[in-house]
Design a protein around this ligand. Structure first.
Ligand code: NAG
Ligand code: NAG
Ligand code: NAG
Ligand code: NAG
Ligand code: NAG
Ligand code: NAG
Ligand code: NAG
Ligand code: NAG
Ligand code: NAG
Ligand code: NAG
Ligand code: NAG
Ligand code: NAG
Length: 483
């Protein structure tokens, strides 16, 4: 797998929309269906340098970085693997000057972005308590003077699971002059442990627990792509951590455990159940994934070929385990819709899952934007090759957006001043086909030679206008190469 050892990201995708259907069969649940369910239900843990320590990304991703699928080139990430097995934690959020967009997203072990601190919420800098939810619901609460801990903490974040992660993101305004300012903020991020006077809730999150990196071979795969060995290791890990990492929706615990039990997960052990046919399991998962993407009822809005998944299927998935699995494959640790939205454009001529756009060597797309997208944070359009990494090109340009030198047709800059607005176009054309000079600033290079690829549009700090029909999405046309 393409994971840098320095990050050693263990990504295990598991989930289900098949719950209801399968549970209706109750005692007759098929072991293959249950195994498919288990493989779909579990998600990512980052096994970084060690848990409860910030690991700061120093540079934006490039075409040679293969740490994350579809990395953004807008923000620097600061990652923490959360391990609440032995202690609670205090997270210190520094002052982030100049209204710079940032978000501290909290993820449980199943990849749910269940709480956020940051620009969208106008969160106060200071200390936040991180603990485990016990008899109460997971989530975040901002303290006020009626809270006994008000003077100590700004608020409390309660995880559903003992293990989880934070993927802090801070926007970079200029890849050069601005990186130092972001590094200065990263340097003030701090996480410290506070002892709990009780028995540990679970083993420490160590490389051994995580299979000494072997499991990371399953990272970035959809579960139907797992080999039998990868699936077995994943299920063994799930068995070990399941008890202290229950589903976010506590009401689903029994149903999930019943399903796991049929799959052979019981009392911390995984035993391959009688009748298991792993080929069937792969087929079941593959069918589920395909029908998820094809199912129009999962779309929130549809305009000019762009669509959004429903907010309930984005970032914080609750019982929509299958949605999480499908999204993790191309948008690992997605943010909740309050923080960011990710509209997708699908070229109807693309028939495989490896891309959403497709160009011949002599073709291009033009995306005609109706005006500046209304965001409170920032926006970007980023291109990825068919295996979800950035596209190498002579300009080292992976993305265009509000911080680029986009120009209008008359040559003036779109973002030179905040009052002007109006339509502008982005050209998506293979990296080996440089367009005429007046297109250079608005050219987002696609893979050289053409082929299948994808673009991600990202709205950070989205406003309702982006989903209520007010903002008109780009009209996309395909034509010959623009010279
Ligand atoms: C198992 O899954 C398959 C494919 O989704 C479905 O057709 C079948 O009804 C399921 N069987 C049981 C017993 O749930
Ligand atoms: C953060 O902002 C979002 C969007 O406005 C809101 O849904 C959420 O409740 C806020 N969270 C907190 C802790 O204030
Ligand atoms: C303080 O927080 C509590 C619990 O969230 C809430 O019920 C109460 O209304 C808040 N009080 C004030 C003054 O905001
Ligand atoms: C983090 O906080 C601890 C305890 O307050 C302190 O000892 C340490 O120096 C801090 N680290 C950073 C990077 O600020
Ligand atoms: C499509 O999605 C809707 C809503 O999520 C769901 O109720 C329906 O069963 C799905 N249909 C198929 C064929 O999966
Ligand atoms: C996509 O980019 C990555 C990183 O440069 C590279 O390893 C991979 O081979 C590329 N995929 C394709 C299909 O070209
Ligand atoms: C950022 O700048 C470095 C050094 O100039 C360059 O190598 C890299 O490709 C740039 N990254 C992006 C995302 O533009
Ligand atoms: C935009 O243009 C200015 C002036 O030519 C240049 O310094 C800057 O690097 C450009 N920014 C981007 C993102 O290309
Ligand atoms: C570049 O010039 C051509 C021909 O005049 C025009 O059609 C096109 O819109 C221009 N490109 C941009 C980005 O304005
Ligand atoms: C900003 O754009 C508006 C509308 O195009 C224009 O009237 C105004 O003069 C511009 N301001 C500056 C400082 O360029
Ligand atoms: C859509 O949202 C914008 C705010 O972003 C608001 O001004 C507008 O009135 C809304 N329109 C509708 C039809 O709800
Ligand atoms: C692209 O090339 C193909 C085959 O070489 C040719 O059939 C097609 O007409 C060309 N398309 C354009 C838009 O030039």
């Amino acid at each position: 797998m393409h994971l840098r050892p320095s990050f050693s990201v263990l990504i295990l995708a598991m989930s289900t929309s098949i719950t209801a259907e399968l549970l209706s069969h109750d005692s007759s649940i098929d072991v293959n269906n249950a195994t498919a369910f288990a493989l779909i239900t579990f998600e990512p843990v980052l096994s970084a340098v060690g848990p409860n320590t910030f690991q700061n990304q120093a540079k934006l991703s490039t075409a040679t970085s293969e740490v994350l699928v579809r990395p953004n080139v807008d923000t620097l990430y600061s990652k923490v693997v959360i391990d609440l097995s032995h202690s609670d934690l205090i997270l210190s959020i520094p002052e982030v000057p100049n209204n710079r967009f940032y978000v501290a997203p909290f993820y449980d072990l199943y990849g749910n972005n269940f709480a956020n601190v940051g620009s969208v919420n106008q969160s106060s800098p200071g200390d936040y308590l991180i603990t485990i939810s016990r008899n109460d619901e997971p989530g975040i609460r901002i303290f006020n003077e009626t809270d006994s801990e008000y003077t100590k903490y700004k608020g409390v974040i309660k995880f559903a699971t003992v293990y989880g992660s934070i993927m802090f993101r801070i926007v970079v305004n200029n890849n050069g002059t601005d990186l130092n300012a972001v590094h200065a903020i990263q340097a003030q991020l701090n996480i410290t442990t506070i002892e709990r006077k009780e028995e540990p809730l679970a083993p420490l999150l160590t490389p051994t627990l995580l299979g000494n990196g072997q499991l990371s071979n399953a990272a970035l795969l959809l579960p139907f792509e797992f080999s039998l060995t990868q699936a077995t290791e994943t299920l063994q890990l799930l068995a070990q951590v399941n008890a202290v990492n229950p589903p976010e929706d506590r009401s689903d615990i029994k149903q999930v455990n019943d399903m796991f039990s049929v799959a052979g997960i019981d009392d911390g052990q995984y035993t391959s159940p009688e009748g298991l046919d792993y080929d069937k399991v792969s087929t079941i998962i593959g069918d589920q994934v395909q029908s998820f993407f094809a199912n129009q009822s999962n779309h929130g809005f549809d305009q000019n070929g762009w669509f959004n998944l429903l907010p309930s299927l984005s970032g914080d998935y609750h019982t929509h385990y299958l949605a999480r699995t499908c999204i993790a494959w191309y948008g690992y640790l997605q943010l909740a819709p309050s923080e960011a939205e990710y509209p997708t454009y699908l070229d109807p001529t693309v028939t495989t899952a490896s891309g959403s756009l497709q160009l011949a060597a002599n073709e291009s797309y033009i995306m005609n934007f109706s005006g500046k997208p209304p965001v409170t944070g920032f926006w970007s359009l980023t291109a990825y090759n068919s295996t979800n990494y950035l596209v190498p090109n002579a300009l080292d340009r992976y993305s265009l957006g509000d911080r680029s030198n986009l120009t209008y047709a008359d040559g003036t800059q779109v973002y030179a001043n905040s009052t002007n607005d109006g339509a502008f176009s982005i050209l998506i054309q293979p990296a080996d086909q440089a367009p005429s000079a007046n297109w250079t600033t608005n050219w987002l290079p696609a893979p050289a030679g053409g082929g299948e690829f994808a673009v991600n549009l990202r709205w950070y700090g989205p406003t309702p206008a982006l989903t209520n029909g007010t903002y008109k999405y780009p009209v996309v046309t395909k034509q010959g190469t623009v010279y």
